[in-house]
Structure formats: C-alpha cells, structure tokens
Ligand binder design. Structure first.
Ligand code: SAM
Length: 327
C-alpha cells in the first residue's frame, strides 16, 4: 500500500522482545532499565496475526529484531509460522550474534532466509567494552555459521563511533575482501539512551568512506543486494563481499523509506523517530478479525511522515529506547 507521499510500504520490522543479552553503551544504560512486564509484551501468536494482517495491505518483507530476538522463547516456531504466510517473500533477522552459532541451523530450517549481525569492533576487549560484556568469539562463530549455512547475503552492521571504532574502519571494510560479507557502516542516531550525547560520538558515513578509499583504493558502486534497503553498496576490486553506508542522519533516505515497525508491546510505528503509535494490542487481544487489523496497519501507513527531523534543533523525537521500538 502507498502512503501519503507515494511510497510503497511493504516492509515490517517486528521487535520480538525488548530484552537483550548485551547492553551496548549507546543503546541501553548500564543498569535500571525496566523490562516491559511480561503480560504487556505481545505473544508470538499475536505477532503472527498482525503479520498476516499486514500482508493483506502489501507487506512482503519481515525482519525480526528487538532487543535481541534470539533470547525470545519460541522463536523457531514463530519463524515457521511467518514463513507460512504466502505473501511474505523475505524473512530476515537482525541479531547481535551471541547465540547465533547454536541457533542458525534450526532457524534456517524453519524458514529464516538471512541475518544481519551487529558488530562494532573486531577487538575482543573493545567489543566487550562497547557491549558491556559481550564475547566477540561467540559473535564470530555465529557469523561463520551463517556463512557455512549459506544464509546469503550475510550482512554486518557497524555503528560508526568517533574515538572508539574509527581506527577499525579499514579492518572492518577489509573483511569484504576475505569473506562474502557485506559490511554496512551506520551513522549513530540520537535515539533513546544516547540522544543527549550522540553528537559527541558522531562520525559521518562520508568520513568513513573517505578513510576506506584513502587506505584501500577507490570504491565502485554495485547493484542492489537482496533485501537491501537504504544502504548504497560498493566493492573493492575482486572482493567477494561489499561495503555499504547508511547515512541515517547526514543524508536521510526518508523519500525511499518503505518501513513500518511493530513494537514488542504492540504499537505500530510508521517512523523510528516519530513518537506516534497505532495500538494494535487491544484489537489483537479482543480477537479482532484480520480485516480490522489490516485497517489498523493502513492507519499506521497513513500516519507516516514525509521525513524525520533527527539531529535538527528543537526536534522532539527519538525519546523511546531503540530496544523497545526495534532497531
Ligand atoms: N539485538 C539485535 C542487534 O544487536 O542487532 C537487534 C536490535 S539492535 C537495537 C539493532 C541495531 O540497532 C544494532 O545494529 C545496533 O547497533 C543498532 N543501534 C542501536 N542504537 C543505535 C543508534 N542510536 N544509532 C544507530 N544504530 C543503533
């Protein structure tokens, strides 16, 4: 279905839980985040029904995210249920990768096509510092498992962090020469925990690109990858993988945005940065028919703003934690 700005909205990101087994310093505070009470989180059957309804108004692609999707019990059966929705032709997941090595095989068998793994550093100590305790070896084992299972394209998400991982941009980009991996550099967005100080760590995608070209040579744009959204992809000569840039702040791609988000607590959001949500939980819990749910999805699509105002003086968005909305 088209929104009011003639964009085709066909992609739903589902936050399956607000809980996470890491606490990345820019995403969550060190302590004291209250998880959403159990009964307020949508059941997976409710999420499946919402996806079925969204499919009626043109959603074709679903991504599971969170929080950390792999900590949610029952995820494999959920993937199986979503894979059975005939209109859904792309089913992917964004994960921190900690539990991926042990779960990838069953998830692929259930119908999960692809994974994006978040990885902000290749150095174990720094990775543990950024994630407050994460074990890089486990993440790397997860990436290797996804490659071995041929869940292509396997994408890595790296948030650019000035003064923290800018010295690793070349090493991270270099992974695309060693492996069929697609490394995407993402600008830090002023959302949730990091909103007051995100500017201090901000490094633009353009600066990252310059660093890569200075050290590894000219980048050549390649055609779009499967499931590629806002990123532009480039290849180093002869590399099996690619390098992508997502300038979420400096050069927003709102005119090409095709997304909706379902929060773990049952709100439909039309923009990461817009606080308005359409409540779908109440309708789901009173057993509303699919057609009624589809109308709620259509209402969320109609609310989609023309663009976000992230980083602009006086804007008021981005208050809610990324882990709750589904990053
Ligand atoms: N736990 C999963 C993971 O780590 O990929 C999925 C949820 S996590 C919120 C999704 C992605 O959002 C991660 O790649 C994370 O680095 C990114 N992220 C979180 N906060 C961000 C911010 N303020 N700006 C840009 N990316 C952010």
């Amino acid at each position: 279905m088209q929104d009011n700005y003639h964009r085709e909205i066909n992609y739903l990101r589902v936050s399956v839980t607000d809980r996470c087994n890491l606490r990345c310093f820019y995403c969550l505070p060190p302590h004291g985040v209250q998880s959403i009470p159990h009964e307020e989180v949508l059941r997976l059957e409710e999420m499946t029904r919402l996806v079925q309804a969204a499919a009626l108004v043109g959603v074709k692609k679903v991504r599971l995210t969170g929080g950390e999707p792999l900590v949610r019990k029952g995820l494999t059966a959920f993937v199986e249920a979503l894979a059975a929705v005939p209109e859904i032709d792309d089913l992917a997941m964004t994960t921190n990768g900690i539990l991926l090595a042990e779960r990838a095989k069953e998830l692929k068998a259930a119908g999960l096509k692809r994974v994006n793994v978040s990885l902000d550093s290749l150095r174990p100590e720094k990775y543990a510092r950024i994630t407050r305790g994460g074990d890089l070896a486990k993440v790397w084992a997860g990436i290797e498992t996804a490659l071995a299972l041929e869940m292509h394209p396997v994408k890595l998400n790296t948030v650019l962090l000035k003064g923290l991982n800018d010295d690793e941009i070349v090493d991270l980009a270099g992974l695309s020469r060693q492996f069929p991996l697609h490394i995407r550099f993402i600008e830090l967005m002023p959302v949730g925990t990091c909103k007051p100080w995100a500017a201090d760590y901000f490094l633009s995608a353009g600066q990252a690109r310059e660093t890569i070209e200075q050290n590894l040579g000219a980048l050549h744009e390649v055609r779009k990858l499967a499931g590629s959204g806002p990123a532009r992809y480039y290849r180093l000569p002869g590399a099996p993988g690619t390098i992508g840039f997502i300038p979420a702040v400096s050069d927003h791609f709102c005119d090409r945005c095709n997304r909706l988000r379902l929060t773990a607590s049952g709100g439909l959001r039309s923009c990461l940065y817009d606080e308005r949500e359409v409540d779908v939980k109440s309708a789901l819990r009173r057993g509303a028919p699919l057609e009624e749910l589809a109308r709620l999805v259509a209402r969320a699509i109609a609310l989609k703003p023309g663009r976000h105002h992230m980083g602009e003086a006086g804007e008021g968005g981005g208050q809610k934690a990324m882990s709750r909305i589904g990053g």
